[in-house]
Design a protein around this ligand. Structure first.
Ligand code: KIV
Length: 294
């Protein structure tokens, strides 16, 4: 049988040096994330699109890596995430998974189901999710509430862990009328709360809350005991935080969103910036609700 462990170095393309041994972190899994949450420790997540940055983020101690469809904007130069295809998501997911494998990484790997890959039917969603799982993802993420709950249940019942995404959902930016804070009115907040509870009930194990008022995100976090809220522009009361990699390295081509913090200055290296991010999320200094929340 072929040895496929990280020490196996002969490939059709040449010899790859064995990965240097790293201090072993326990593999991040859903039970491990629940343990962190129960212990009151914040969960850290960053987006990753390629092997090298994925390996560095894992080394920095980031628990969850998200192959976000934001890659359409930061890697492909598209105007929004709407143009990202399932093939592109699989390509980047495979790259990130290989990067983790090379450093014996332990991060939990989530991949976005892109626009048009899950809305048609639950069967279409399952086919798309299987492609991402076969590319190396441990969990898939999909956007929206209400109509998505039966799809989430269908995937979870078939062994696909799901992360939901509410608030500002970039795939529907045109329907939302722009990148704006969501859930500001009582009615919108009530809808968001109902959707969040339905998604937890359907089995979503994680929920990204993007550009949602801090108070609402914090209340939802209390209400969702089994679904870990991960905030981005949603204040510090969520179970964890996520940022787009390029944003937290200060490499945004457009206007930097207000909720972002550039961790590069003073960190000395990309690894240092990621370690600073992990520290700041864990010790509660990021996000600073007076600057990063609504
Ligand atoms: O695609 C992405 O990067 C995301 C994050 C902003 C949460 O969905």
């Amino acid at each position: 049988m072929t040895d496929t462990s990280p020490s196996a170095s002969a490939t059709p393309y040449g010899t790859i040096p064995p990965a240097s041994p790293l201090p072993q972190r326990r593999p991040v899994s859903l039970p491990r994330l629940q343990q962190l949450r129960d212990a009151g420790e914040k969960i850290t997540m960053l987006t990753a699109y390629d092997a090298t940055f994925a390996a560095v983020a894992d080394t920095a101690g980031v628990e969850c890596l998200l192959v976000g469809d934001s890659l359409g904007m930061v890697c492909q130069g598209l105007p929004s995430t709407v143009g990202v295809t399932l093939d592109t998501m699989c390509y980047h997911t495979e790259s990130v998974a290989r990067g983790l494998y090379r450093v014996q990484g332990t991060a939990w790997l989530i991949a976005d189901l892109p626009y048009g890959s899950y809305a048609e039917s639950r069967e279409q969603a399952l086919r798309s999710a299987c492609s991402l799982m076969q590319a190396g993802a441990h969990m898939v993420k999909l956007e929206g509430g209400g109509w998505t709950a039966p799809t989430v249940r269908f995937l979870v019942e078939r062994g696909v862990p799901v992360c939901a995404h509410l608030g500002l959902t970039p795939q529907t930016v045109h329907a939302l009328g722009g990148y704006r804070v969501q859930g500001r009115t009582d009615e919108d907040a009530q809808t968001l709360r109902r959707h969040a509870l339905e998604l937890q009930d359907a089995g979503a194990a994680m929920l990204v809350l993007e550009m949602v008022p801090a108070q609402l995100a914090s209340e939802l976090t209390q209400e969702l005991a089994h679904c870990h809220t991960i905030g981005i522009g949603a204040g510090r009361g969520t179970a964890g935080q996520v940022l787009v990699l390029h944003d937290m390295l200060g490499m945004n081509l457009g206007k930097m969103p207000r909720f972002v913090h550039n961790f590069m200055p003073g960190s000395g290296s990309v690894l240092g910036a990621m370690q600073a991010y992990v520290r700041a999320v864990k010790d509660g200094t990021f996000p600073d609700d007076s600057r990063h929340a609504w």
